[in-house]
Design a protein around this ligand. Structure first.
Ligand code: SF4
Length: 251
């Protein structure tokens, strides 16, 4: 459904920052993830002119969510506890975008988090296990930092892309995983009918974190609908393919 878009202004304290991603599903033959920025979750307020906007967050840990680009995050180095403000746009297609506001602009850090909570993971270039094209693999080591949940600044998107992800229970995402940099709420497109190019959309929760994380719970298997085929479920074996690059469960 197409909505009229409004330019709004927002301000709030960051309570979580997570990768923003899109996922394409086709039965249980394919689940492709693409990281395209970050979602910041805030406790605060958003206005359209003088009008205070109402939100309907799926967890009581935040008020609203703003999608930002990797460039914006690299410039601001956002951490939990920062107070930031900016502009954004309401959603044209609410069924395909989880964040409440996107196309964010004029973002400024009004107040930085305490130094203690402003830790960022160091990116290590692994030249012992190079990629097929000869480039080094950028990695971070979660076990060098306190967690779970890991509440540091977020690493670059290529770190997430290389690590891959597993399905994470929605209850965990809303609860004890909410502030973790490895948690993810994805905008998912399901290819429902190839011949007529019909798709279905929904939001799903994933985890890019260490395979050994004691908080991890996959949750129930996920139905992947396709025309005239019923009962197809992602039981978790696609997760094994998605995280096949990992050889250290604590990474
Ligand atoms: S299960 Fe994943 S998202 Fe949750 S705390 Fe562990 S690493 Fe973070």
């Amino acid at each position: 459904m197409e909505n009229e878009q409004k330019k709004i202004e927002w301000k709030g304290e960051v309570v979580s920052i997570q990768p923003r991603s899109t996922v394409w599903r086709y039965l249980i033959d394919n689940r492709t993830h693409r990281e395209c920025g970050y979602n910041i979750f805030l406790k605060g307020e958003a206005f359209f002119g003088q009008e205070l906007l109402q939100h309907d967050p799926i967890s009581n840990q935040y008020d609203f969510c703003v999608a930002i680009s990797e460039k914006q995050e690299a410039r601001l180095k956002i951490h939990i506890g920062d107070v930031i403000k900016g502009t954004g746009w309401t959603k044209k297609y609410p069924e395909i975008e989880f964040a409440d506001y996107y196309r964010a602009g004029s973002i400024k850090k009004v107040k930085a988090a305490d130094e203690d909570s402003a830790q960022t993971m160091t990116v290590i270039h692994d030249d012992a296990n190079i990629r097929y094209n000869g480039t080094t693999i950028p990695r971070v080591n979660s076990s060098d930092y306190s967690g779970p949940p890991w509440k540091t600044g977020v690493p670059p998107l290529e770190i997430y892309a290389w690590r891959g992800e597993r399905m994470l229970s929605k209850t965990s995402w809303k609860g004890k995983c909410f502030q973790c940099i490895w948690a993810n709420m994805a905008n998912v497109t399901i290819q429902y009918d190839f011949d007529r190019n019909i798709v279905r959309n929904r939001f799903e929760t994933f985890c890019y974190g260490p395979l050994s994380c004691k908080y991890y719970s996959m949750g129930p298997a996920r139905t992947v609908p396709y025309i005239k085929i019923s009962g197809v479920k992602d039981q978790g074996w696609l997760d094994e393919i998605c995280v096949e690059n990992r050889n250290d469960p604590d990474e």
